[in-house]
Design a protein around this ligand. Structure first.
Ligand code: 7PJ
Length: 275
């Protein structure tokens, strides 16, 4: 199986690592846009050195309770970083829900659009359909501002699967080939720890025919709940979660700690190759 990602054709025979690049203002400096851009680009290059297969650039925090960012502010953050990184040796994804930014990012060389609202916004499918980019369709219950207040499911695995299946159908109907599509259960996006663990243990049921499966567990609150640790001290927990996900059928893991994840996957792959 392959993922067509702009001009890149990525084999899904081995797990891929997507490195997270956040472009948000540095609260410890007032160096302004130039400093924020330079810092994000340097970080991204570091992740490539560490063995990332894809970079994911985001300028709007979708963490629980986060405030929305205007299109103008988001493009000001994301586009300079994207322009500096597109044309490199690995594909660059843009993490956005805004169709206006999707279009500009694709024009600037993005090879993938990662949308936590699964291209459900007005004009989102149209913004990507007639382009060669890959799309990541993620499940979320509710809105980032309030989604963790009262997540509720009768059968979380089935409901997430049905939602993703429906969004894949919508994408295919809009002209997006299955080999361009990635689905993601959206860990922590309107889910309790129990919901997240149910999804992680039944990940294989979320594999849809011909479509790649991505998971983002890195440093998330569920790992804090399990270990009692702060985000920066969740590296070991994140690596364990990534391994569990790959073991259960994930093709791509979205992570902050690329070097640590890469090493763990190298060992996992060596053991797997024995069979
Ligand atoms: C995810 C994401 C995720 C996808 C974020 C964080 C919150 N995109 N963007 N999947 N999470 N596709 O990284 O903790 O899980 S932002």
């Amino acid at each position: 199986m392959f993922l067509q990602c702009g001009k890149f054709r990525l084999s899904l025979e081995r797990p891929l690592v997507m490195g997270v690049v956040n472009v948000t203002p540095d609260s410890f400096s007032d160096g302004g846009l130039f400093a924020d851009t330079a810092r994000a680009v340097a970080h991204a290059r570091q992740l490539v050195e560490e063995g990332a297969d894809i970079l994911d650039i985001g300028g709007e925090s979708t963490r629980p309770g986060a405030a929305p960012v205007s299109l103008e502010e988001e493009r000001r953050r994301v586009l300079p970083v994207l322009e500096a990184l597109a044309g490199g040796k690995i594909p660059v994804s843009v993490d956005t829900r805004k169709p206006g930014l999707m279009r500009e990012a694709i024009a600037a060389g993005a090879a993938m659009v990662n949308d936590v609202t699964a291209l459900s916004g007005a004009g989102a499918l149209e913004a990507v359909a007639k382009t060669p980019v890959a799309v990541c369709l993620m499940h979320m219950q509710g809105e980032p501002g309030t989604m963790q207040s009262n997540p509720d499911y009768r059968d979380v695995v089935r409901e997430v699967r049905d939602y993703l299946d429906g969004r894949v159908s919508a994408a295919v109907a809009a002209g997006i080939a299955r080999e361009r599509i990635v689905v993601d259960p959206g860990f922590g996006f309107g889910k309790t720890l129990e919901h997240n663990l149910a999804l992680l243990s039944s990940l294989r049921e979320l594999r849809l025919p011909g479509v790649a499966l991505l998971v983002g567990l890195s440093r998330k609150a569920m790992l804090g709940k399990l270990t009692g640790r702060e985000p920066k001290d969740r590296v070991h927990a994140s690596v364990a979660a990534a391994l569990a996900a790959v073991q259960n059928g994930a093709h791509i893991v979205r992570v902050h700690d690329v070097a640590a994840t890469r090493d763990a996957l190298t060992v996992w792959q060596a053991v797997k190759n024995q069979n």
